[in-house]
Design a protein around this ligand. Structure first.
Ligand code: IPE
Ligand code: IPE
Ligand code: MG
Length: 233
């Protein structure tokens, strides 16, 4: 048995298909997806994995029909409200990455309060990617650095990859070791493009609402057998 990943990133995909296959509205799939979030969070804590980053809503997802977007925002609000006591009890530190200013004010307030209340928890850092797009994040980082250069606080040669990473939303976090994507799609969909440079990829046809400990263990077992070479021999 090899080592286990310290940081898992997940593209939680397939809620819509899960619902459609059952003749249910897409919202039912998103609701079931919320239950899978709980299972995977508990699974990570039980297995001593300290970092989990979940793609919950992409920049591009704003382009979905307004009723689906509103439904997802309502669910986010409810999820945060309902799980805060659990997060405190289980020692979960909540973080968020993405353009959080784009979220409805009620979600933002709820989120900020959860971030503040859980910030000293130590068992698991749970990061939600919300209104998140990696190209947008990288572009923002470049803008910050350009401002610093323009103001004379930095010279172009000061910009190293570490300095660049310190301007990303994930500053201070380790890069993900393992990326899991559910429902079979073989693409990154604008997720953590910088941070996933050397992550091991694991894709399952299982739809996100059906994801549980069995799939998590299958991914971990596969990961344990990987040889991460980082370009070396
Ligand atoms: C993932 O499920 C959840 C979000 C993107 C918010 P989808 O809603 O993308 O489900 P599919 O891909 O249509 O099945
Ligand atoms: C990626 O899933 C975004 C999230 C899981 C939040 P999508 O369903 O939006 O991605 P595409 O459209 O299949 O690339
Ligand atoms: Mg999808």
């Amino acid at each position: 048995m090899g080592v286990s990943p310290q940081h898992i990133a997940i593209i939680m995909d397939g809620n819509g298909r899960w619902a459609t296959r059952r003749g249910l509205p897409r919202a039912a799939g998103h609701r079931k997806g919320g239950e899978a979030v709980r299972r995977v969070v508990d699974g990570c804590i039980a297995r001593g994995i300290p970092w989990l980053t979940l793609y919950a809503f992409s920049t591009e997802n704003w382009g979905r029909p307004p009723e689906e977007v509103q439904g997802l925002m309502r669910m986010l609000n409810r999820f945060l409200q309902q799980t805060l006591p659990e997060m405190m009890q289980k020692g979960i530190q909540l973080r968020a990455i993405g353009e959080l200013d784009m979220l409805p004010i009620s979600c933002r307030n709820r989120l900020n309060s959860c971030l503040e209340k859980t910030k000293h928890n130590k068992n698991l850092v749970l990061t939600l990617a919300l209104s998140y797009g990696s190209r947008q994040e990288i572009t923002r980082a470049a803008q910050h650095l350009a401002v610093m250069v323009a103001e004379g606080r930095l010279t172009p040669s000061d910009i190293t990859s570490d300095l660049f990473a310190s301007q990303l939303d994930t500053a201070g976090m380790p890069d993900p070791d393992l990326l899991i994507r559910t429902s079979g799609e073989m693409r990154l969909s604008n997720y953590l493009l910088w941070q996933l440079s050397y992550a091991e990829l694991w894709v399952t046809p299982v739809l996100w609402p059906d994801f549980g400990e069995e799939e998590l263990d299958a991914a971990l077992e596969d990961y344990a057998g990987r040889h991460r070479r980082y370009g070396k021999r």
